[in-house]
Write a protein that binds this ligand. Structure first.
Ligand SMILES: Nc1ncnc2c1ncn2[C@@H]1O[C@H](COP(=O)(O)OP(=O)(O)OP(=O)(O)O)[C@@H](O)[C@H]1O
Ligand SMILES: [Mg+2]
Length: 433
């Protein structure tokens, strides 16, 4: 039998963390002295904070209880062990990084950014996330990569327990206006880290050797503070070394960049961004653990962005499908610009804020924009009837004739006539040529 004082010690000791208290209740129900040596080991492990030894000893006690025929008590211990593992595996809903995981001094708005010694130009800009960052809209694949990266930071301790670190370097590439810079800002906000954004024009110097020195100074600064280093328009620095036009200096610059990227690994997070991935030196890619291509948004992402950019207007769903179809091939930045123009046009023309009003405003906005490279938008800009014919004849377009008629104000029978006349075909040929 356990002595009363041992039971009380096990059940009530305040030296043990909560998890150990739960186990202590079980031991106090166990009246068998033969398990006392295991209980002692558990107490020792608990007091020394050795979680691994603690788990091992508790598992040992469970086996012993099983062997001794105390099946109910063994099952209780099993349950407690299981629920403790499950609790460990539940991910926090918010990324709570951080300064604990990223070494370095705290960066404040008063910190002086490093400068080019010759010109006095700043080598970087400091940005402190204020919790107002727009959440980017992504295709599923991109979304998985970014969420995965944030989850790694949310589970940094779990990763470290198995000897790995969360991803610290990310290379984002893709066409202009796809949300690359927005993504870097969003990650900084989620990780609660200030952004140190390299100023490429400040870094590049006409003095021989100065660019390499500026890069080194920038990295020294970023490594000193707890921050996210953002190398936007990275291709300007990381151009292929064997470009015959710029031998010598550019080689030195890229080498310095590679060395500094290698040195940065144990410090904070680094994100590089480029529109010109083909221009990057092959050795640069290896320096980044994760690469993500943010391309043009697909139909779903386009629709979501259009809904967001048209707010506070809230027209019915079908017109969103029509606008999203029309703006295929446009980047997020294009969509934002067009939606802003649409709202301006509606406000000034006094047209209704419903589907027909928006459809009309869209065709006039598009006709005023410089020549559209994207077929549906170009067709609507030139001839709204031809656009109606295009969507009505497209088997993949989700709306029925009646819905198209209602959303655009054309009415079902007019849509049906235009569809039969196949008004879009001459324009299709013209835009194809
Ligand atoms: N995926 C997106 N989700 C939400 N908004 C977007 C997205 N892409 C672009 N935008 C809008 O367009 C603006 C410009 O995007 P951003 O500056 O991030 O593009 P970028 O890819 O960095 O372009 P560039 O290559 O020209 O620098 C954003 O501030 C945002 O309003
Ligand atoms: Mg950008």
């Amino acid at each position: 039998m356990l002595s009363d004082s041992t039971k009380i010690f096990l059940a009530q000791t305040t030296l043990l963390p909560d998890k150990y208290h739960q186990q202590a209740d079980i031991f106090s129900q166990d009246g068998d002295m033969e398990h006392f040596s295991v209980i002692q080991s558990i107490i020792r492990a608990g007091l020394s904070g050795d979680a691994e030894a603690f788990d091992k000893q508790v598992a040992r006690l469970r086996t012993r209880l099983e062997k001794a025929g105390a099946a109910k008590e063994a099952a209780t211990i099993e349950r407690l062990l299981k629920s403790a593992t499950e609790t460990k595996e539940i991910k926090p809903s918010r990324v709570e990084i951080s300064r604990a995981h990223i070494s370095g001094e705290v960066l404040t708005p008063d910190t002086n950014a490093p400068i080019d010694r010759e010109t006095g130009a700043a080598l970087c800009e400091l940005y402190f996330p204020a919790g107002k960052q727009t959440v980017p809209v992504y295709e599923d694949r991109v979304s998985e990569t970014i969420t995965g990266l944030l989850e790694e930071w949310a589970s940094a301790d779990a990763l470290r327990n198995v000897g790995v670190e969360p991803t610290r370097s990310l290379l984002i590439f893709g066409p202009p206006g796809s949300g690359k810079t927005l993504t870097a800002h969003y990650i900084a906000e989620k990780l609660e880290l200030p952004l140190v954004t390299a100023k490429i024009d400040g870094l590049i110097s006409s003095f021989l050797g100065t660019t390499a020195r500026n890069i080194a100074n920038l990295f020294d600064f970023a490594n000193r503070y707890s921050c996210l280093l953002l190398l936007d328009e990275f291709d300007a620095l990381a151009k292929v070394r064997d470009d015959p036009q710029e031998v010598g200096e550019i080689k030195r610059v890229v080498n310095s960049l590679l060395q500094n990227l290698d040195k940065r690994r144990p410090f904070g997070v680094t994100i590089a961004i480029t529109n010109h991935d083909k221009l990057l030196d092959p050795a640069v890619w290896r320096r980044f653990e994760t690469h993500v291509h943010i391309g043009e948004p697909g139909t779903q992402a386009r629709t979501k962005m259009i809904e967001r950019f048209l707010a506070p207007l809230k027209p019915e769903a079908p017109i969103f499908s029509i606008i999203a179809y029309c703006l295929e091939g446009h980047s997020g930045a294009d969509l934002e610009r067009i939606c802003v123009s649409l709202k301006r046009s509606l406000a000034l023309s006094g047209e209704s804020h419903d589907g027909p009003g928006l459809f009309h405003a869209l065709s006039s906005v598009l006709s005023r924009l410089p020549s559209q490279n994207h077929r549906p938008a170009q067709i609507l800009a030139e001839d709204p009837d031809a656009f109606i014919s295009l969507i009505a004849n497209d088997l993949e377009f989700p709306l029925k004739q009646a819905e198209i008629g209602q959303a655009t104000g054309y009415g079902q029978s007019r849509v049906s006539d235009i569809k039969k006349a196949k008004r879009h075909l001459p324009l299709m040929k013209a835009t194809h040529a």
